[in-house]
Design a protein around this ligand. Structure first.
Ligand code: FAD
Ligand code: EPU
Length: 333
């Protein structure tokens, strides 16, 4: 196992910022994680797990060990007439795995096509898109505690999944290395076309592959490609608010977009940010996408601090105008 020193993370985060890590280690199996944990030399050293780096903002050099997760493998655990249970190495590429399922005619993940990143990061923020959240397909998450090397399995309930959140993003943040995720997928044909942009589709004539292609087409038209311009997708979560806030905003803006979500209401953060005039904003090397107001973009900044400062200005502005505090979705380090 090679341990790189003073290693540039520039190619390992989708914002493309150029901060460095003291130590950088590619992990291919669980044994290698334990080797580091059991090595006294690294006892007191901070540790960070990195998948595809597509939901992370480094704001300075990382004074510690970065584990680049490359644990691979897709294994069928069980199968019956209705379902299949797959155990997937957390370092598999997420979209490659979705494509694999589509080709095998396993239903459930197709609406999550083209989300960048790794399988192991999917439960962290309970990734979601186009009417589907990954929590509905996860049976179990397995991993290792970074402080003592002890292995633990979490069943679906104990993952404490919520909108863009889980126990792994909460009290276990940076404490637990997810090594594999078990998914239950359906072998029975069923599609979710509830999202407004999919409603025109006729479920009788679509296939897994055509739905996947439709999702890819929509995503490419709405979100900037990190291969072209640095970004981490939605920078903020969509806020959940009470009816009273909706009524107040509607008094001033009759075009308010909102959705009922349980007892609360979800307002697209993009709508709030656009109303504050940030969409397409550009300052020096950074800005806000002109395609989507929720995406902060990095044209050429080498340091993440500038991006964080811009995100704070947006938070303050939305707070002033709408009395709503936006919460970053991106993990700021
Ligand atoms: P990283 O950025 O590497 O890590 C994210 C966090 O998880 C970090 O805190 C990291 O320490 C931790 N982590 C990573 N792997 C592990 C592990 N194995 N064990 C423990 N902790 C770990 N997200 C959505 O939900 N829906 C979308 O539609 C969506 N669209 C996007 C579009 C674009 C263009 C981009 C750039 C991002 C988008 N995202 C979306 C966000 C991102 O793709 C997801 O959050 C994805 O799951 C991140 O995976 P990653 O491997 O890149 O995670
Ligand atoms: N909108 C604007 N201005 C914009 C863009 C959107 O006002 O520039 C408004 C429109 O009214 C639009 C609404 O926001 O109808 C919702 O936009 P969109 O359908 O693009 O979804 P979103 O709420 O902005 C969420 C997720 C995305 C996910 C899409 C599709 C969050 C924080 N973001 O975005 O996830 O891909 O839905 O399901 O929940 C991510 O998490 O990184 C991410 C990209």
């Amino acid at each position: 196992m090679s341990i790189k020193r003073n290693f540039s993370l520039g190619n390992y985060n989708s914002f493309g910022v150029k901060h460095k890590a003291n130590f950088f280690i590619e992990i291919k199996n669980k044994g290698q994680i334990n080797d580091i944990i059991n090595n006294k030399k690294y006892d007191k050293v901070r540790k960070l797990i990195l998948g595809g780096g597509s939901n992370i903002l480094f704001t300075k050099d990382y004074n510690g060990i970065v584990f680049l997760n490359k644990i691979k493998g897709i294994r069928k655990i069980s199968e019956d007439d209705n379902n299949v249970l797959l155990r997937v190495g957390s370092g598999e590429n997420w979209d490659d795995f979705v494509e694999y399922c589509v080709k095998k005619n396993y239903y459930g993940l197709e609406n999550l096509s083209l989300i960048p990143g790794s399988v192991g990061a999917a439960p962290i923020q309970n990734i979601g898109a186009y009417g589907v959240e990954v929590k509905n397909l996860i049976e179990r998450v397995e991993g290792i505690f970074l402080n003592n090397g002890i292995k633990k399995n979490f069943n679906n309930k104990s993952c404490e999944f919520q909108y863009r959140d889980s126990i792994f993003k909460g009290k276990l943040k940076n404490k637990f290395f997810i090594t594999s995720v078990d998914f239950v997928l359906s072998k029975i044909k069923s599609f979710n076309v509830s999202y407004k942009e999919l409603k025109h589709l006729d479920i009788k004539s679509i296939s897994l592959n055509s739905l996947r292609n439709e999702i890819i087409k929509i995503r490419n038209s709405k979100l900037p490609d990190p291969g072209d311009i640095g970004n981490a997708g939605s920078f903020f979560k969509n806020p959940l608010v009470d009816r009273i806030i909706i009524d107040k905003i509607k008094n001033e803006f009759n075009d308010l977009v909102y959705f009922k979500d349980g007892e609360k209401f979800k307002i697209p953060a993009a709508w709030l940010i656009e109303k504050c005039g940030w969409k397409g904003y550009k300052e020096n090397n950074i800005g806000v996408s002109d395609k989507h107001a929720l995406v902060i973009v990095n044209y050429n900044a080498k340091k993440g601090k500038e991006i964080k400062e811009l995100s704070n200005k947006i938070i303050d502005d939305v707070k002033d105008k709408f009395k709503i505090k936006l919460i970053p979705e991106v993990n700021i380090i």
